[in-house]
Design a protein around this ligand. Structure first.
Ligand SMILES: [Zn+2]
Length: 343
C-alpha cells in the first residue's frame, strides 16, 4: 500500500509501505480522510520525542471497513466509520471505572514514544481493535468525520467542567480545540462566553462559533472588561487551551472566587501558577485529557446540524501531496486551519 512515512525528522515520503495485518479482535480500515493534527506538525521535527522514525502518523481519520477479524461482532465490510485516536484495553482498572482515557498502556494511533509504535492513518489502510470504532450517519462525510477527534477533545473538556446553563466562561486560546470549546459551551448554555487570543482571525472564528465577546489577550483592560461582563465577580469557569505560563495565569486571573479552571493545553511540561490566589480564593484546577467517549455526542451533533466543522477545514488534498502541506503548516502559514489528506 501507499503511505506518507516520516522516514527521518522533517522528511516525509509518500511511498510503498507494508499493509497492516489484523488480529482476531481487529478490523482493517480503508482510510478515506485523515486530518493533520498540530501534534503531528510539532512532532515531525523530533522535538516532542513522540514520533520515533520511521512512522506513519495520523490519528484524526475516517474510512470504510475492508476486513474483519474472526472474533469481531456487529460490524460489516463497507461500514463507514471513524475511530478513537487511542487504543485502550477493555481489561483495565481505569477502563472498567469509566475512564478509558486514563487507562494503563494505552496507545495513540500514529504515535511512537520509546515504549511503543502504532502506525497511523496517513496510509491506505490501518488496523485497530473493533471496540474503538464509531459508525457514521449517511449525512456525515468522511472529511467531516476526520474532524470529530478535535471536537471530541473540546467536548471532553466541557464535560469535565460540569458547567451548567447560564454560567459564565472564558476560553483562553482560540485555535482548533479552543474554537470548538466555545461551540460546546454555547451548546451547554454558558453565557457570556468570552474568548481570548493574540490573533484577530482566530477571534473572529471564535465569534462565529458562539463567543459572545472576544478580547486580544494583550489588551491591558482585559481584566476590567471581564469583571464588567461578570457582575464584577470574574468568570465562573475558565478553559485554558494553550499551555504556557502566561495563558494559564490569564485563565486563573479571570476567575471569580470559587471558580473552576479546566486545563486542556499542555505546550509546556511545567508552568507557574498564582498559588496564593488559587488557595485564598478556593479555585478548582481540573485537567482534561483527550477524549472519554465523546465521539457519539459529537457525531450526533454533526448529523443533526447542531455543529458544523466545515469552516475549520482549510484544504482537502491527496495524501501524495502530504509533505508539502506539512511544511506549510510547520511554517505557520497564516489562515491555515485543518488540512485533510485523502489516500
Ligand atoms: Zn490530534
Amino acid at each position: 500500500m501507499k503511505a506518507l512515512v516520516l522516514d527521518k525528522y522533517m522528511e516525509l515520503n509518500y511511498r510503498d509501505f507494508p499493509k497492516p495485518t489484523i488480529e482476531a479482535n481487529e478490523v482493517l480500515i480503508q482510510v478515506k480522510a485523515c486530518g493533520i493534527c498540530g501534534s503531528d506538525v510539532h512532532g515531525m521535527d523530533g522535538s516532542t520525542g513522540r514520533r520515533q522514525t520511521p512512522l506513519v502518523m495520523g490519528h484524526e481519520a475516517s474510512g470504510e471497513i475492508a476486513e474483519i477479524g474472526v472474533e469481531v461482532k456487529g460490524w460489516h465490510i463497507g461500514d463507514r466509520v471513524t475511530f478513537d485516536s487511542t487504543i485502550y484495553k477493555l481489561d483495565d482498572w481505569y477502563t472498567r471505572k469509566g475512564h478509558y482515557n486514563l487507562s494503563d498502556n494505552r496507545k495513540v494511533l500514529g504515535v511512537s514514544p520509546l515504549e511503543y509504535k502504532k502506525h497511523g492513518a496517513f496510509a491506505e489502510f490501518i488496523s485497530m481493535p473493533a471496540h474503538i470504532l464509531y459508525k457514521l450517519s449517511d449525512n456525515v462525510s468522511f472529511e467531516q468525520a476526520a474532524m470529530v477527534e478535535p471536537v471530541a477533545v473540546a467536548a471532553h473538556a466541557v464535560n469535565v467542567s460540569k458547567i451548567q446553563p447560564g454560567k459564565s466562561a472564558v476560553v483562553v486560546g482560540a485555535g482548533m480545540v479552543g474554537v470548538f470549546v466555545v461551540k460546546m459551551l454555547q451548546i451547554a448554555g454558558a453565557n457570556p462566553i468570552i474568548a481570548m487570543d493574540l490573533d484577530d482571525n482566530k477571534l473572529e472564528l471564535a465569534r462565529e462559533f458562539g463567543a459572545t465577546h472576544t478580547f486580544k489577550s494583550t489588551d491591558k483592560d482585559v481584566s476590567v472588561k471581564i469583571m464588567e461582563l461578570t457582575k464584577n465577580r470574574g468568570a465562573d469557569f475558565g478553559f485554558e487551551v494553550v499551555g504556557i505560563s502566561e495563558t494559564v495565569n490569564l485563565c486563573i486571573n479571570s476567575l471569580r472566587k470559587g471558580g473552576t479552571a479546566v486545563l486542556v493545553g499542555n505546550l509546556k511540561p511545567e508552568v507557574t501558577i498564582p498559588l496564593q490566589k488559587v488557595v485564598t480564593t478556593e479555585l478548582s484546577l481540573l485537567g482534561s485529557c483527550a477524549i472519554n467517549g465523546e465521539y457519539e455526542l459529537v457525531l450526533d451533533l454533526l448529523a443533526s446540524g447542531k455543529i458544523s466543522v466545515d469552516k475549520m477545514i482549510s484544504a482537502v488534498a491527496p495524501l501524495s501531496e502530504g509533505a508539502e502541506w506539512f511544511s506549510r503548516l510547520y511554517n505557520k502559514e497564516s489562515g491555515l486551519n485543518k488540512v485533510i489528506l485523502m489516500p
